[in-house]
Design a protein around this ligand. Structure first.
Ligand code: ES4
Ligand code: ZN
Length: 320
């Protein structure tokens, strides 16, 4: 089956670190890993919820030390996702996770941005960068990092909000989003992954997001669904992620077909492909297998990804 051309809008670059690259970077940086080999590491990818994944995700990032490490990770993702059919990617990174380990913003942002700056020439993929803030750390820290990113004129087009959701409602980050919006940045946030529909409402009403990551729990609130449909708010859905983190029991239980049927603006994305069983093409294959999605639904999902991307009309026309 040929890959479906699409845009990837929900992707954590640190979640693309494959076991092989983790071992390569550890060796390069003289780091001893607590795993015997890549198979031993991969055996630990049996997650029970979001936090059980995040613990491993943050631990494995420790192999990222130099600007070249960030560049190599990003280039590996671009190479793989080009084969998946991705023509445009809006890539999130977690600066605070690196700052907390003593890695400078210039190193982590500069390393990822270096790979993105030549993505079109190297891989035929247009790209942009989104700085995500960790909602389980203080909002004051997020605000300080945002101000640093603005001061250094980091090449970001927007901000996101990720990490442990329950107990950390969007409203905590109102000021961060106000500053970002005033600076001309797009506003995106994870909401309704593990958190309740009320968090989706807060992301809309208080953070005034342009796009929502996940949002699947919106279905528990009919009035909220109607609002999301009316406004065509983009929802970046990640089916294999939801299965691996047990937001849904099995892929057959995934609400994506129901969301499509309701007329929600949903796209298919890979989230943390190295951890969740695959890239965008793998997500589409699994959806085809579980639901037998027809060409109309697949075309809608691809079209939704392009119309929900933060790109010029000119670039969109070239992609369609
Ligand atoms: C994440 Cl799946 C997911 N949810 C929330 N935060 C994240 N960071 C990386 N992957
Ligand atoms: Zn995510």
């Amino acid at each position: 089956m040929p890959s479906l051309p699409c845009a990837e809008l929900h992707l954590h670059i640190e979640g693309t670190l494959e076991p092989e690259l983790i071992f390569t970077l550890a060796a390069r940086n003289g780091i001893r890993l607590p795993y015997a080999d890549t198979a031993d590491l991969a055996d630990r990818y049996a997650f029970t919820d979001l936090q059980s994944f995040l613990d491993l995700y943050y631990a494995n990032m420790d192999v990222l030390r130099t600007e070249a490490d960030f560049t190599d990770m990003t280039r590996a993702y671009l190479r793989r996702t080009a084969a998946a059919g991705v023509r445009h990617a809006e890539i999130m990174m977690d600066p605070q996770a690196h700052l907390a380990r003593g890695i400078a913003l210039e190193t982590c942002v500069g390393g990822v941005a270096a790979a993105l700056s030549t993505s079109e020439a190297d891989y035929g993929i247009s790209t942009s960068l989104i700085a995500a803030f960790l909602r389980d750390r203080p909002a004051a820290e997020a605000l300080a990092v945002l101000r640093d990113l603005l001061a250094m004129e980091a090449p970001i087009i927007g901000i996101g909000l990720d990490s442990a959701e329950v107990g950390y409602p969007p409203s905590l980050f109102a000021e961060v989003y106000d500053v970002a919006r005033a600076a001309g940045l797009k506003c995106i946030a994870h909401a309704g992954e593990e958190g309740p529909p009320g968090y989706v409402r807060e992301a809309l009403d208080i953070l005034r997001v342009d796009r929502l990551d996940h949002g699947i729990r919106c279905l528990e609130d009919e009035a909220l669904v109607q609002r999301l449909v009316a406004d065509q708010v983009p929802l970046t859905v990640c089916p294999l992620s939801n299965v691996r983190l047990r937001a849904v029991a099995t892929l057959r239980d995934h609400p994506l077909p129901a969301m499509l049927a309701r007329g929600l603006n949903v796209s298919v994305n890979s989230d943390d492909p190295a951890y969740f069983g695959g890239y965008v093409d793998d997500n589409f294959s699994a959806l085809r297998q579980s639901f037998g999605l027809g060409v109309d639904d697949l075309a809608t999902l691809a079209a939704n990804s392009f119309r929900s991307a933060f790109i010029s009309g000119e670039r969109r026309a070239a992609l369609l």
